[in-house]
Design a protein around this ligand. Structure first.
Ligand code: CP
Ligand code: NVA
Length: 330
């Protein structure tokens, strides 16, 4: 573990790191979480400046990035996509070169994966992917921490992701699970199965690490024996035009009590529910007032086995670990 040095590295996708490096980040996050719980404020990032380019909305990733940096003495600058010349009056490549002259690290949330790659290539400072259409790697690190906190291990657990099987969260959770030897099931209708390239890569990585990756279309079959049932919204940011079709398609994939019971693991407390959030679970939002619960019912969301707010908190501790690991030379 002590030989691991991620100084100067970007985090654009999980495959930027090895399994050992991913586990190092999870463990570092647990240490930083404990440090914060003890009320110890640090200075590991003292004097550093972090830019936050957000082209899509965010509550957790935005706040986690800021609070993580502030906790360890760095400063942050929020750059809303429409407020800067990014990719509009100025190319992404030019903006990257400008920001690289002023900042020490960049958190980016936006659309194409290619944008975050251009940012990393031309800014010459660490760039972290805070969600693209394709991937959400910092979310997956928080998910691994949350799973480890609940089961004391990762290897050999059964994680079932259910819903839109080809979205950013599903893709990153699939690869992260494969890297740490989890038995991962992506439960989704045929139309939303992950792309062959990502699925094939994850299967190969799982094999190397003693886990497995499988796609199953039938929810009740998929969840049997699950330790983690995980879902995400049915319509991701930028895909709003798909809303009606997706709701029809994914109704049978809703995480509700009968589905959780089908894991067979509630009584023994061997199953948890996870969701990256935000979630449509019956509370009143502009969307759920119209449709009621979508991907998860309220009783599951509020159940004792639901760990969604621990998971949300862990976004901060894990993003802090990524900042510390890539911005400081041990
Ligand atoms: N889970 C997550 O990325 O949440 P935000 O969209 O609020 O950042
Ligand atoms: N798949 C969701 C994740 C939000 C954190 C989206 O992209 O909107």
């Amino acid at each position: 573990m002590s030989e691991i040095n991620l100084y100067g590295k970007s985090f654009l996708t999980l495959s930027d790191f090895t399994t050992e490096e991913i586990l190092y980040l999870v463990n570092l996050a647990a240490e930083l979480k404990e440090k914060k719980k003890q009320g110890i404020r640090g200075n590991l990032l003292e004097g550093l400046n972090i830019a936050m380019i957000f082209e899509k909305q965010s509550t957790r990733t935005r706040c986690a990035t800021s609070v993580a940096a502030w906790d360890e003495g760095a400063r942050t600058e929020y750059l809303g996509g429409s407020e800067i010349h990014f990719g509009a009056k100025e190319s992404v490549k030019d903006s990257a070169r400008v920001l690289g002259r002023m900042f020490d690290g960049i958190m980016y949330r936006g659309f194409e994966q290619e944008i975050v790659e251009i940012l990393a290539e031309h800014s010459s400072i660490p760039v972290w992917n805070g969600l693209t259409d394709e991937t959400h790697p910092t979310q997956a690190i928080a998910d691994l921490l949350t799973i480890k906190e609940n089961f004391g291990k990762l290897q050999g657990l059964k994680v079932v992701y259910i819903g839109d099987g080809r979205n950013n969260v599903a893709n990153s959770l699939m690869l992260a699970s494969a890297m740490v030897g989890i038995n991962f099931i992506n439960c989704t209708p045929k139309e939303l199965e992950p792309c062959e390239k990502m699925l094939g890569a994850a299967k190969a990585v799982a094999k190397e690490n003693g886990g497995s990756v499988e796609v199953i279309n039938e929810p009740m079959d998929a969840v049997e024996g699950a330790n983690v049932v995980y879902t995400d919204v049915w319509v991701s940011m930028g895909e709003e035009a798909e809303k009606e079709h997706r709701i029809e398609l994914l109704k049978p994939y809703q995480v509700n009590m009968p589905l959780m019971e089908a894991t067979g693991n509630i009584a023994s407390k061997d199953v948890i529910f996870m969701h990256c959030l935000p979630a449509f679970h019956d509370h009143k939002t502009k969307v759920s007032k119209e449709c009621g619960a979508l991907e998860v019912t309220d009783d599951v969301f509020e159940a004792e086995f639901s760990k969604v707010f621990d998971e949300a908190e862990n976004r901060m501790h894990t993003i802090k670990a990524v900042q510390v690991a890539t911005l400081t030379n041990p």
